[in-house]
Design a protein around this ligand. Structure first.
Ligand code: UD1
Ligand code: UDP
Length: 368
């Protein structure tokens, strides 16, 4: 028997770790204990409810306007007693959030091996994205087991001298689709049921990253407003992150345009089914860059770099930055030029076959 403590705290980690929790619970050789840090609150419980998983522990650390230091110290302090009580054989963390890094560090302080799910993603710039690039580098340095989504991720680890216990598994987000995507889906968010996606093309918009807060987010909103005014048969759907620094800007700038539909964060079922039905995506999200290509939906990335070059190489993702003129020009090209749209709207999936969780479970079972 191996006891795995799975620690996560934000929406994207939860979406990618819940399928793993469900998989690990199938195996009698694995005792799976879930600890939430609660770095996110509502956006985290949305995912837990969607997958019908109840956590064993919740550190409930979230504060309004929390700093990275707040998150780091609260996770370190909060996890110590959990690790003492549970005495896991391994701690599993995900990706690049401050929860992931601090949880890995907390495990290291008790000399408990760490498994890093979604290991090896890199931009090569420690400030882009901030603080995620450093979080994932440090987590990979601490971890004993590295579950890398792609061969590129394995190569990134190798170039940093990390070669032992690296397993290319695919990304667990591909496993999540088996739970969420339905042909006859009815949205939980009523505003989405009122859109006829056949009649009106939908551009899905999200933006939340720390480095885009302030002027870059204002520029993104300016561009979306202008796009909506220029193309009033298109619906721009923007589920707005709960960070007040995001909400104040987005609601302040975009709430009075008829064909811009602002919603609260939608649950993962709604999001995946919306991706399946939308025309294209404008986003600074990491996860959406992996998910949208699976559905053949072009993604314009509102950042200057990406740690996910696989879908860029495949042609469905383009990194365009946050200059409002470029956002307008590139979006309108995809709206009006069938050939340009055709080139990007290919269903590609460099992120795995939907069996990443099984591979990780097999590796854990081999440790018993
Ligand atoms: C965090 C991660 C980021 C990830 C993002 C996913 C860090 C440093 N950042 O950024 O890598 O891309 O999650 O969304 O780990 N809030 C709520 N309710 C919620 C969630 C957030 O009210 O359910 C508000 C709170 O006021 C909170 C603020 O949003 O202080 C920011 O949350 P935080 O986790 O610090 O940053 P994110 O931008 O969400
Ligand atoms: N997502 C969601 N509802 C939303 C916005 C995003 O379920 O309103 C999902 C999305 O499908 C993806 C994940 O959240 O799986 C991405 O999270 P986010 O963009 O917050 O973080 P990132 O991936 O950039 O770290």
């Amino acid at each position: 028997m191996i006891k795995a403590l799975i620690v996560f705290g934000t929406r994207p980690e939860a979406i990618k770790m819940c399928p793993l929790v469900l998989e690990l619970k199938k195996h009698k050789e694995i005792k799976c204990v879930v600890c939430l840090t609660g770095q996110h609150r509502e956006m985290l419980s949305q995912v837990m409810n969607a997958f019908d998983i109840t956590a064993d522990h919740n550190l409930c650390i979230m504060e309004t306007n929390q700093t990275i230091t707040d998150i780091t110290t609260s996770v370190l302090k909060g996890l110590e007693p959990v690790l003492k009580i549970e005495k896991p054989d391994i701690v599993l963390v995900h990706g690049d959030t401050t929860t992931s890094y601090a949880a890995a560090m907390a495990a290291f302080y008790r000399q408990i091996p760490v498994g890093h799910v979604e290991a090896g993603l890199r931009t090569g710039n420690i400030y882009l994205p901030f603080p995620e690039e450093m979080n994932r580098m440090l987590t990979d340095r601490i971890a004993t087991y590295h579950f890398a989504p792609t061969e590129q991720n394995r190569a990134n680890l190798e170039s940093e001298g990390i070669t032992g216990n690296v397993f290319v598994t695919g990304n667990t987000v591909m496993d999540a689709f088996a739970y969420t995507v339905r042909d006859d889906y009815r949205f939980h968010e009523e505003k989405l049921n009122r859109i006829d996606c056949e009649q009106n093309r939908v551009v899905l918009v999200t933006a939340h990253r720390r480095e885009n807060l302030g002027q870059p987010l204002c520029d993104i909103c300016d561009a979306v407003k202008k796009l909506a005014e220029n193309n009033n048969d298109i619906k721009y759907v923007y589920p707005v992150h709960l960070n007040p620094a995001v909400r104040n800007t987005v609601y302040g700038m975009l709430s009075d345009t008829d064909n811009i539909i602002l919603t609260d964060p939608v649950d993962v079922w709604d999001m995946h089914n919306l991706l399946a039905r939308c025309y294209m995506v404008l986003t600074d999200s990491g996860g959406l860059q992996e998910e949208a290509p699976h559905f053949g939906k072009p993604v314009l990335v509102l950042r200057t770099e990406t740690e996910r070059p696989e879908a860029v190489k495949a042609g469905t993702v383009r990194v365009i930055g946050v200059d409002k003129h470029i956002i307008i020009e590139e979006t309108e090209r995809l709206l009006s030029d069938d050939a340009a749209y055709g080139l990007m709207s290919k269903a590609v999936n460099p992120y795995g076959d939907g069996h990443a969780c099984e591979r990780i479970a097999d590796i854990l079972r081999s440790l018993v």
